[in-house]
Structures are given as structure tokens and as C-alpha cells.
Design a protein around this ligand. Structure first.
Ligand SMILES: NC(=O)C1=CN([C@@H]2O[C@H](COP(=O)(O)OP(=O)(O)OC[C@H]3O[C@@H](n4cnc5c(N)ncnc54)[C@H](OP(=O)(O)O)[C@@H]3O)[C@@H](O)[C@H]2O)[C@H](O)CC1
Ligand SMILES: [K+]
Length: 503
């Protein structure tokens, strides 16, 4: 699913109005009907609804919704916040349509003194500003928003919490943004919903399709996309009857050090479960028996060092390489890393301390093999790319790094973001907080290595890998809960994740 910047939404709107064709007031009616149905489904017994309305079409949606709720016998009060002298044309039309309902009290609020008392059982509908917000909120609407946020009422935001910019909130005033319990967003999620610092405003969010024109959605470009099962499934290569293990590639995994052999085991097992034909695990000498016992399917390559990574086998036999899980970042590992980057001609997954080594020695970035994939968590990201004060800026830095170095750069977290060399960013909807556990990243590295070895491109391997990893986490959490979930469970649920993905 594409995620469009707020600035494009008005264009998509106009195209729909012209080419469907549909009157703009009817498009507003259709959008508001979707809102109405969703709200009634969530709160089937009539409740007191207090609807706060702004000057634009977001306010128009609120006014149309008020009429629909009143028809259904919800007790509705409408508060039109006096922001400008007039309402937008369609909002005005909806105000006239609403006035016919004598049961609905309509108040014009010229001062915050007219703010009603909000009870915990009330439903507050936030229809103050939507995608047309052009600057941080001040004055009366700011006071109203503060009062709504101070109440215990359930707040439902129409399209986007008022005050939140669709993308860049780095210069916004956080006091002037509605804190919604639920955001019902038209047709597309907004980029800002995917950033952790905005969760306090957006609450839960859902997308309501309102039938915007498919041609313009298809044609209009945007760098931001949300992964879906259908899309990820369409990327899978079918397995054929006469395939053999050579068909599915041979991966080299460089991982483990003294005290961190678990990372090597987890990444190896995950790699095999993700479908690679052959796996060679390169590990320090002391890990030999551990690996042979725990992962009998893997071949083992032994480092001359007992405890760390200092060398690697002949690379010619491998389709892909991964380095990082549990390797530590001693001086000799750094030296070996210089050689590895120079010699590798195949795509490489770079994770954990391998990222930190590059972060500490930025000149190594000049030798990255074509098709490299970086998989940092936010701290590792900071060491590799730099510090950002907010997620939008971080996302921009992520895109620029991916472009400049021609790499795929993953930023792990809720809605893991995958930035590709050509400038696009894919956000992943699968996964849950139960996956914030030791070894989870090692599993992802093993999975991506596996997919690269099977011949998927770096971009596709990363997309499938990230989606599958999160899906395994979701299936595991469904059965055993989030608290008890360990990285080993992610591997155990990979078979089910594959089946669910291919269903
Ligand atoms: N395609 C769809 O998704 C549909 C969306 N609908 C709804 O329409 C809104 C967008 O409506 P729009 O009228 O463009 O924008 P807003 O309702 O957000 O309000 C714009 C007005 O507010 C003024 N404004 C902007 N920022 C501020 C501010 N900080 N303080 C005061 N006033 C502000 C703005 O004035 P300008 O000075 O900036 O020109 C406008 O007057 C969308 O979110 C949906 O809810 C349709 O109903 C159906 C299709
Ligand atoms: K809103």
C-alpha cells in the first residue's frame, strides 16, 4: 500500500472528483459514511458524542458524521471552533444539512470559556484539522486541544489527529496535537503514524477505504510504501520439482565469539529454516562442538582464533555472506573485516558488531560489496549513520545513506523501515513488542542471508525476510503470548509463517 505525503492527497482527491466523476460533497458524504459505520460498529449502544469542528473539509466530515449519528439516535453536540470567518464550501453545506436536525445542539465557540465539560463516557470526535494543516496550531484551537487532551473522554480523530503534520513534525508544538485513542484515516495511513514519538497522538489507527480513484493511486509516485501479505507473496519464487539443494544456494555466516555462541546458533538455525540449500557457519574454534551439536545441518568453518573472528574461508563457493551476530569488535576482527569487504563479490548482510566496526571506521563504507544489506537497531543505526532528533529526520538520513552507498538499510523497530538504493522505503506491518528480546536480530540476519543465497535480490530478500520474521513473531505471540516469547520461538514459528505467507 502506498503512503502519500499530505500534500498529494488534495491532488488525488481532485482527480477522483473529476474522473470518477463525483461531486466533492458526495465524496465527503461517502467518507463520512465510512466513519459513521466504523464508529457505530465500535460503539453500538448510543453514546454522548461531542464533535469539535474546524474550518476545512475535516470539519465538513465532522458535520456530516454528526447528522448520521443523530439519525441513529446518538446524543450529538457540535462545537464549531471559530478559527476563520467562514467554513469551506462543503463544510457549510453540511452545516445547513445538519441544522434540520433539531435534536443536535450546535454551538459556535469563540473562546475556550465555551468549552463543554467532557465526561469519561463521552466520545469526542476530533474534526478540527486534517490533511490541510499548514502550520503549528496556536490560539483558540490550541486551547481547545489542550482541554480535550486533559479530559478522560474517548477521542476519535478523523483522518489524522488535529495538529499532527502528515510527515514532518520536527518543528511542531507537541502541546497542540490531539491525543486520540483511535485515528480513522481515509484511504492511506499517514507517514507520521509510523513513527514512535507520534504513537501518543495517533493511538490505534485504522485505514478506511473511501474509493479514491485507482488510476491516480497507481500513477502517482511516492517513496513510502507499507508492505502487505499479497505484495510479499507476489515476490516469492516457486520451488520446482527437479530443484536440488544447489538450487537454493550456499550461504556463509560469520558469527559468534566467546560467550556469544548463542547468536551463531540462532542465526544458523533461522537461515536453514528460511530455505537455503547449504549453510557454512564460520565460528571461533571454541564454538565447534556447540555448533555441530546444536545445528547438525550446518557445515562448520573454524577460525584460527579460539574466541573471535579473525579470518574467513575462500569466498568463491558462496552465493551470499552474513557477518555480525555475536562477533564482538576486537582489533583483529576489524582487520579481518577490511579483507572480507574487499574480497567479497556477493551480497552481504551486515549486522550487530559488524555495523559497529564500520561505524567506528567509516572508511570501510567505500568497500561495501554491491547489494549489501545493513540491519541495525536504532543504537547501531546512530553509530553507522548519525544521530537524529526525530523519526522523520532519521528516515530522511536512512534514505540518503541507502542511496549514497547503494545499500539496503533496514531500521529495526515497530514498523521496521527498509530503505532501498533507488530511494524507496518499505514499512513492515508484522511483528509485535514480544520480539524486543535477545537474539531476535540474529534470527533476522540468518533469514535474510538465506533468501540472498537462494537468489533473491537484496531488496526482495530483505522485504521477504523482514515480513516473515515479524509474521513468525505474531504467530508465536498468538500462541504463547508476548512476554514469554524468545528468539528461539521465532525460529520455531518460521514454518507456520511460511505457510501463512503463501496461503
Ligand atoms: N481524499 C480524502 O482523503 C478526503 C478527505 N476529506 C477530508 O478533507 C480533509 C482535508 O480538508 P482541507 O479542507 O484540505 O483541510 P483541513 O480540514 O485540514 O483544514 C484546512 C483549513 O484550515 C486552515 N489551517 C491550516 N492550518 C491551520 C492552523 N495551524 N491554524 C489555523 N488554521 C489553519 C487552512 O487555512 P490556510 O491558512 O492554511 O489556507 C484551511 O482553511 C481531510 O483531512 C479529510 O478529513 C474529504 O472529506 C473527503 C475526501
Ligand atoms: K482531525
Amino acid at each position: 500500500m502506498k503512503i502519500f505525503p499530505a500534500s498529494k492527497i488534495a491532488e488525488i482527491d481532485s482527480y477522483t472528483i473529476e474522473h470518477e466523476p463525483i461531486e466533492s460533497i458526495d465524496l465527503m458524504e461517502r467518507a463520512s459514511r465510512k466513519l459513521f459505520k466504523r464508529i457505530v460498529k465500535k460503539f453500538p449502544a448510543p453514546r454522548n458524542c461531542k464533535i469539535f469542528v474546524g474550518p476545512g473539509n475535516n470539519g465538513g466530515d465532522g458535520l456530516a458524521l454528526a447528522r448520521m449519528l443523530a439519525e441513529k439516535n446518538y446524543a450529538v453536540e457540535v462545537f464549531i471552533i471559530k478559527i476563520s470567518d467562514c467554513l469551506s464550501k462543503d463544510a457549510e453545506e453540511n452545516l445547513q444539512r445538519l441544522k434540520i436536525f433539531k435534536t443536535v445542539d450546535i454551538y459556535e465557540m469563540a473562546s475556550v470559556d465555551a468549552m463543554p465539560w467532557l465526561f469519561p463516557d463521552d466520545i469526542v470526535i476530533d474534526a478540527i484539522f486534517g490533511s490541510g494543516l499548514s502550520r503549528p496550531i496556536e490560539g483558540l484551537p490550541l486551547e481547545v486541544i489542550k482541554a480535550i487532551n486533559a479530559s478522560e473522554a474517548k477521542v476519535i480523530a478523523v483522518d489524522i489527529p488535529s495538529g499532527l503534520m502528515g510527515e514532518d513534525n520536527s518543528k511542531n508544538d507537541y502541546n497542540g496535537i490531539i491525543k486520540a485513542d483511535l485515528t480513522l484515516s481515509f484511504q492511506f495511513p499517514k507517514l507520521a503514524f509510523l513513527f514512535p514519538e507520534n504513537a501518543q497522538f495517533v493511538g490505534e489507527w485504522e485505514v478506511l477505504p473511501i474509493g479514491l480513484h485507482p488510476d491516480i493511486i497507481e500513477k502517482e509516485q511516492t517513496p513510502y510504501k507499507m508492505l502487505s501479505r499479497e505484495f510479499v507473496k507476489s515476490l516469492l519464487m516457486p520451488r520446482k520439482k527437479f530443484d536440488h539443494k544447489g538450487t537454493y544456494g550456499h550461504g556463509l555466516l560469520i558469527s559468534g565469539s566467546y560467550g556469544k555462541m548463542g547468536a551463531a546458533i540462532l542465526a544458523s538455525r533461522a537461515g536453514l529454516r528460511a530455505g537455503m540449500g547449504l549453510l557454512t557457519s564460520h565460528i571461533p574454534r571454541l564454538g565447534y562442538e556447540i555448533m555441530q551439536t546444536a545445528v547438525p545441518e550446518a557445515m562448520v568453518s573454524i577460525d584460527r582464533s579460539d574466541i573471535i573472528f579473525t579470518e574467513f574461508p575462500d569466498l568463491n563457493q558462496f552465493n551470499a555472506v552474513a557477518i555480525g551476530p555475536g562477533i564482538d569488535k576486537k582489533q583483529n576482527s576489524y582487520r579481518a573485516m577490511i579483507e572480507l569487504l574487499k574480497e567479497s563479490k556477493v551480497p552481504m548482510v551486515i549486522d550487530a558488531d559488524a555495523i559497529n566496526i564500520i561505524g567506528e571506521h567509516p572508511e570501510l563504507k567505500d568497500d561495501l560489496p554491491m547489494g549489501s544489506v545493513f540491519t541495525p537497531h536504532p543504537k547501531e543505526f546512530e553509530r553507522l549513520v548519525g544521530k537524529a532528533e526525530d523519526s522523520f529526520t532519521r528516515n530522511k538520513m536512512q534514505r540518503e545513506f541507502a542511496k549514497e552507498h547503494s545499500v539496503t538499510l533496514v531500521l529495526k523497530g515497530a514498523y521496521t523501515a527498509i530503505a532501498c538504493p533507488e530511494g524507496s522505503v518499505y514499512f513492515n506491518p508484522t511483528g509485535n513488542p514480544g520480539m524486543a528480546t535477545a537474539g531476535s536480530g540474529d534470527v533476522l540476519t540468518g533469514i535474510i542471508l538465506s533468501l540472498l543465497s537462494q537468489g533473491y535480490s537484496s531488496k526482495v530478500a530483505t522485504i521477504i525476510g523482514v515480513y516473515l520474521h515479524g509474521l513468525a513473531g505474531d504467530l508465536a505471540a498468538e500462541k504463547i503470548g508476548m512476554e514469554a516469547l524468545t528468539a528461539g520461538d521465532l525460529i520455531n514459528y518460521l514454518p507456520k509463517a511460511w505457510l501463512r505467507l503463501k496461503k
